[in-house]
Design a protein. Structure first.
Length: 583
């Protein structure tokens, strides 16, 4: 089998392994290639100087290529080594590597002869057009050009070999003042092809290392998420890790709260902070589309959206917003990233699809945390409400006296609903009188004004059981006096639909959701029954006291005894007899 076929088969066996190592095993391949490609001495006429030079050139190329795997996986180091090797092997004035950056070619490596000086670097810049041609034609280009230096025009000869990998495109160039022999062109082609293989290997190794590092960071974040029970502890660390992991200067997490989306945690240049900014204008658009939003220039946004983003930092340039959605599609918040970190301070760096992909994967992690925290909060809220309802049922069942009922009921309802102030007003005929207070207790004059407003409301709106527009219902001049921003009014009715009282809940800390309204309905039922029982007990107590007074006021002698004729009670007119004495 020909030696070249053996090299191809061996190389293929090395490069098609199932497991990806840190570096492809180029060293055995290149060593074998160097051994097999060395020309064997055969008897015959002596070779010419050109043949000897070409053979020595190929040997030097193979020896230089055998050292590539030992240089590590840094592309810049490989480019410098290949450029210097090409200059020495082909005795060039200058050699280098031009790396494509968009439509331009930047100098990635350069090697010049010591005696030539650094001025020869300009030859590579002059040869940029040939580098572009070699890349477009996808083949080695043998060229010549005239170059004027020190008022003398010289002819230079060059070779340009395109090195196109999966992630980059570069051109290996050598320039000298003599023509390249065909064998030298072949040797240069071998050097370029193996250099391309080494660069692609380095890029794949770097990509593999970066993905491995990203995976480890994601696993660390997931581990922290699983071991941190509270969001207040997890999210400050998370925003710092998110900015570092994704390569941005700043990161924040905005949370959906009732009808708003507010930024609650942020990190700027590695420092976490607790924030409180309205983010609803931008956040609503992101959550409605449920797709990441990328903004390269914040100044191009609508004025109200730009104002919200620049409230944190006035010099922001870029923005990435990732929606945080629960498994049921319920919006939870937004993961925001601002200003991609500069690389070598070359100027603004554009946000890539890979940045968005990684941000989405990280957003999925924090969405799980937010949903778990929300479910835990709901579970804790329902547990506490259940306990409060049970305790209230016991308290209201045992509170037969009206003052005890008023105090217990007012305080518990205010605590369960989250009201800053609560007032319970009981009906006395056609009038309503405030008797129970939680929080600020109004002065007597203000109480009379408030009682009149409650009475008027109860008379004009008998159909309203629960209303959240209590400020308007009582009139615009009542609530501001007490400092009430919102007011919920609850009507208490007896079994026959008669008015028992009005419960007012002021400055509730959150918007009442359907669960809160259901809770109020349940509390109304408990309170109405307990209030009727308390009133009935009060009436019975009053009747018993009236009977005792009438019994004692009778002038005749009266004795109350049981079936065994033991004395139970006597009126005041009869001389005192020991209780229990038989008549």
């Amino acid at each position: 089998m020909p030696r070249f076929s053996l090299v191809i088969l061996y190389g293929y066996s090395l490069l098609t392994q199932n497991e990806i190592p840190d570096t492809f095993r180029l060293s055995p391949l290149l060593t074998l290639l160097s051994t097999l490609m060395k020309p064997k001495k055969k008897p015959g006429p002596p070779r010419s100087r050109i043949q000897v030079r070409a053979s020595a050139c190929m040997e030097k190329v193979l020896e230089a290529c055998a050292q590539l795997p030992l240089l590590g996986s840094e592309p810049s180091v490989l480019r410098e080594y290949v450029a210097e090797s090409a200059r020495k092997i082909f005795q060039a004035v200058v050699a280098g590597m031009l790396v494509r950056d968009g439509d331009n070619y930047q100098l990635g490596a350069v090697a010049t002869a010591v005696q030539a000086g650094t001025g020869k670097t300009a030859l590579l810049s002059h040869a940029r057009s040939f580098a572009a041609q070699a890349t477009e034609q996808k083949k080695l280009l043998n060229f010549r050009f005239a170059y004027r230096e020190l008022e003398e025009e010289k002819i230079y000869y060059g070779l340009a070999q395109p090195l196109v990998t999966c992630q980059s495109a570069a051109v290996l160039l050598v320039v000298r003042s003599t023509v390249f022999a065909p064998d030298e062109v072949s040797a240069f082609s071998v050097l370029g092809n193996i250099a391309r293989l080494a660069l692609e290997n380095a890029e794949l190794t770097g990509l593999y290392s970066a993905q491995k590092r990203d995976l480890n960071q994601l696993l660390e974040i997931s581990a922290e998420l699983g071991s941190t029970p509270r969001l207040d502890t997890f999210l400050p660390k998370f925003v710092v890790r998110a900015a570092e992991f994704l390569g941005f200067e700043r990161a924040f997490v905005a949370i959906v709260e009732t009808d708003e989306c507010r930024i609650r945690w942020g990190a700027s240049k590695g420092v976490p902070s607790r924030l409180d900014f309205d983010f609803s204008a931008v956040g609503r658009r992101i959550l409605e589309t449920k797709n990441p939003q990328v903004v390269e220039d914040i100044t191009q946004l609508a004025p109200h959206e730009k104002t919200q983003l620049l409230r944190w930092e006035s010099k922001l340039r870029q923005f990435v917003g990732v929606p945080l959605v629960s498994g049921e599609g319920r919006p939870l918040g937004v993961l925001g990233l601002m200003d991609k970190r500069l690389v070598d301070k070359k100027g603004p760096v554009q946000i890539t699809p890979d940045d968005v992909r990684r941000a989405r994967s990280l957003g999925a992690e924090v969405a799980v945390a937010l949903e778990a925290a929300h479910n835990l909060q709901l579970s804790e809220l329902h547990r506490k409400r259940t306990e409060d309802l049970m305790e209230m049922a016991l308290d209201l069942g045992s509170a037969l006296r009206l003052p005890d009922f008023v105090k217990n009921f007012t305080e518990r309802v205010a605590g369960m609903i989250g009201a800053e102030c609560a007032i319970l007003a009981l009906a006395q005929g056609n009038k309503v009188e405030s008797v129970g207070f939680f929080g600020l207790k109004p002065e007597r004059d203000m109480q009379r004004k408030l009682n009149a407003a409650f009475s008027e409301y109860a008379e004009q709106h008998p159909e309203l059981k629960i209303t959240g527009n209590g400020v308007q219902a009582l009139g615009g001049d009542v609530a501001p006096v007490f400092g009430w921003h919102n007011l919920t009014l609850v009507r208490l009715e007896g079994t026959e639909g008669d008015l028992l009282g009005i419960l007012a809940l002021a400055n509730v800390s959150r918007e009442l959701m359907p669960n809160d309204l259901n809770l109020l309905q349940a509390l109304i039922v408990h309170a109405s029954v307990a209030l009727e029982n308390s009133r009935l007990f009060t009436r019975i107590t009053q009747s018993s006291r009236q009977w005792a007074e009438i019994f004692d006021s009778i002038s005749d002698y009266i004795v109350v005894h049981d079936e065994q004729y033991e004395v139970l009670r006597v009126n005041r007119s009869l001389p005192v007899l020991p209780r229990g004495k038989r008549v």
